[in-house]
Design a protein around this ligand. Sequence first.
Ligand code: GLU
Length: 289
Amino acid sequence: MNDSPADTDSNSYRGRFAPSPTGPLHAGSLVAALASFLDARRHHGQWQLRIDDIDPPRAVAGSSDAITKALVAHGLVWSGPVLYQSHSSSHYDSALDRLMSSGWLFRCLCTRAMLDDNGCCGQHCQEKNISAGTPHSLRVKVASERLEGFSDRFLGEQPPLAETAPKDFIVKRRDGLYAYQLAAAIDDAKPSFTHIVRGADLLESTYRQRWLQHLLGLESPSYAHVTILVDEAGNKLSKQTGAPPLDSRQPEHNLRQCLQHLAQPAPSSSARRVPEILDHATEHWCMRR
Ligand code: GLU
């Protein structure tokens, strides 16, 4: 880690775990939950739980409940009330208004088949005068200086996305739903959260979220990405690819597996119960590159 735990406390470290309610917790999401929990605890910080429920068509009934129960069974107990992105629509709308009035947004008519290879608008929609009444998505422009690099606390210096940077990306979908990039950029900004620890599959999203924070005059938190769990075929373990739910009857085993994946020292065999495993893991928490 680049910063020392002694430098931080609960006022200066606010972290979170932010699952989408698209299914029960699986081993891959436990890795992200555990890493963010341990990092917060090691820094004597706060760790909150935010349910990213901005995509109702993908939501699976009962999964928020299943996720919270599984976290508790693994000793990962958050501070304060559970936060829900669905309660933040007014913040997202006012951010969109600001981006629109400062000229950074444009209406786009492209369907998936019309997008270019980077997933950007492929039909020059910015140059068309598309009325608000026509069904459209909203895209944010990415300036020519493109997406800046940043320092990742675990992975080190990340270079600017000069070559591969998209020229625009979606912030509000055609079906009226807010895009993950917009919601995460706003909700993760300081002072709400100071430290984001999450899976490395979101590394590229971080560039986009930092870009939005920059445009909105929000202060970016520090980011740290951990190696994700993959299946035998090398695909990310996810609810979409049918990762099995965690067996909450064996939390000690699950935590030990995650710690091994995160290259943390194994708690001694005398650490039998969840609190002992978490205490050992907190004391020895160290992410190396
Ligand atoms: N809710 C998203 C997910 O589960 C984002 C998580 C994040 O930004 O940490 O993939």
